[in-house]
Design a protein around this ligand. Structure first.
Ligand SMILES: NC(=O)c1ccc[n+]([C@@H]2O[C@H](COP(=O)([O-])OP(=O)(O)OC[C@H]3O[C@@H](n4cnc5c(N)ncnc54)[C@H](O)[C@@H]3O)[C@@H](O)[C@H]2O)c1
Ligand SMILES: [Zn+2]
Length: 359
């Protein structure tokens, strides 16, 4: 839930748990920017509780490269060394890296302890913080090992976004654009009407209010799909729109040591997948042009040569979402009219990549 009173939220949560058994997982950036805010908000819980909480804070180095089995083991060691019992509660304070890995570590520790997500990036708020997907990267494959396990609660406190670098803000915003495109023309027009620069640099109360409303809707759209199909057997795949090509771009950029935020790759993936949607299902080209306009204004493009195409298509073949040898796409017939379990031949995928890299 979105709250502007995190003390109230946490207080009503923490009374249900043994206060000696509350732990925090965070990373070095969230430790610097968000942990002091959280501890300050909790000051009425009393100094003994706060100092125990400081002692019970496990800090991972920031960055996707630390979403590893080693970090999972570090969390388990930390819990064991601090005598965490099966009654323990883990608060995951951070971006999607922390909520994913913390959710996994908690779900396996002593066969499972509850965890609460307190997402601190826009991407984690709109995507990673809810929906039950947990895990870590393994042998260079993103989220290769993991399990579905729901957070006991997800607490969204937008104030944490104040310290977020702009590119991280834009990364989450791309997932909000995705939610609008799969939902309805109304959502799409509403999100396009937001002035992103003003929102990030000098938001006024009216703009903040409108953003909060769009954010709430974005969360509702994501919830609608994952509640319908928690383990992604069918309709939840709608949320993968943009991600088949987006993930391949993300992985290829990592291979080239030029990583880009997840949402940027999803935005590029959406443009290429809308091109396929246009060819195969008549998706309107005017809407593709509007997304390209957003890309040019805020995100910038991405460039690969045709030498990379085989590698990109190969990465698409390794996607977890595939059911067989064919690459699985979610395409759109129109805004708000998604189609899951679609395929495209290699020629069309190459054309879509040509289109993306030439705009
Ligand atoms: N479980 C899911 O459904 C799901 C969905 C989408 C993404 N993910 C996962 O989420 C991760 C990406 O999420 P992310 O972009 O939040 O990554 P992240 O957690 O790495 O955060 C991005 C950067 O922002 C920093 N940061 C976090 N909060 C901050 C704040 N308030 N102020 C300043 N800096 C802050 C982090 O330290 C990091 O450097 C990936 O691992 C991805 O696989 C999971
Ligand atoms: Zn995503």
């Amino acid at each position: 839930m979105i709250t502007d009173d995190i003390f109230l939220e946490l207080n009503s949560l923490l009374v249900r748990f043994d206060q000696d058994q509350v732990f925090i997982l965070t990373d070095t950036n969230a430790q610097q920017h968000c942990l002091p805010v959280l501890l300050d908000e909790l000051r009425d819980m009393g100094e003994p509780f706060l100092s125990r909480l400081r002692e019970h804070t496990c800090v991972l180095p920031a960055g996707e490269e630390n979403k590893t089995l080693d970090s999972v083991c570090h969390i388990w060691d930390f819990l064991i060394n601090h005598q965490a019992t099966r009654q323990a509660l883990l608060l995951n304070l951070g971006g999607g890296m922390i909520t994913d890995i913390g959710g996994f570590a908690a779900s396996c520790y002593k066969r499972g302890i509850p965890f609460v997500n307190i997402p601190t990036t826009l991407l984690a708020i709109v995507d990673a913080g809810e929906g039950g997907k947990t895990g870590f990267d393994y042998r260079g494959l993103k989220n290769e090992i993991g399990l579905f396990s729901n957070a006991y609660e997800t607490i969204i406190y937008p104030r944490f976004l104040q310290s977020l670098p702009k590119e991280q803000f834009l990364s989450g915003f791309a997932e909000m654009l995705k939610h609008a495109l799969i939902a309805s023309p109304l959502e799409w027009e509403r999100i396009l009407a937001l002035d992103i620069d003003q929102l990030y640099h000098r938001p006024n109360p009216t703009l903040q209010e409108e953003f909060a409303a769009v954010l709430e809707r974005s969360l509702d759209i994501k919830r609608y799909f994952f509640e319908l199909d928690p383990e992604e057997q069918g309709m939840r795949k709608t949320l993968n729109f943009g991600h088949t090509i987006g993930h391949a771009i993300e992985s290829r950029l990592i291979q080239r040591s030029e990583p880009q935020p997840h949402g940027y790759c999803v935005l590029w993936g959406m443009i290429a997948e809308l091109y396929i949607s246009h060819i195969q299902a008549g998706f309107p080209s005017e809407t593709i042009s509007r997304l390209i306009q957003v890309m040019k204004e805020y995100y910038g493009g991405v460039l690969f040569s045709c030498k990379d195409y085989d590698a990109l298509i190969d990465l698409m073949h390794h996607d977890k979402k595939n059911l067989d040898a064919t690459i699985n796409f979610t395409l759109l017939r129109n805004i708000g009219n998604p189609m899951i379990n679609q395929t495209a031949d290699d020629e069309t995928i190459r054309e879509a990549l040509d289109f993306l890299f030439s705009v």
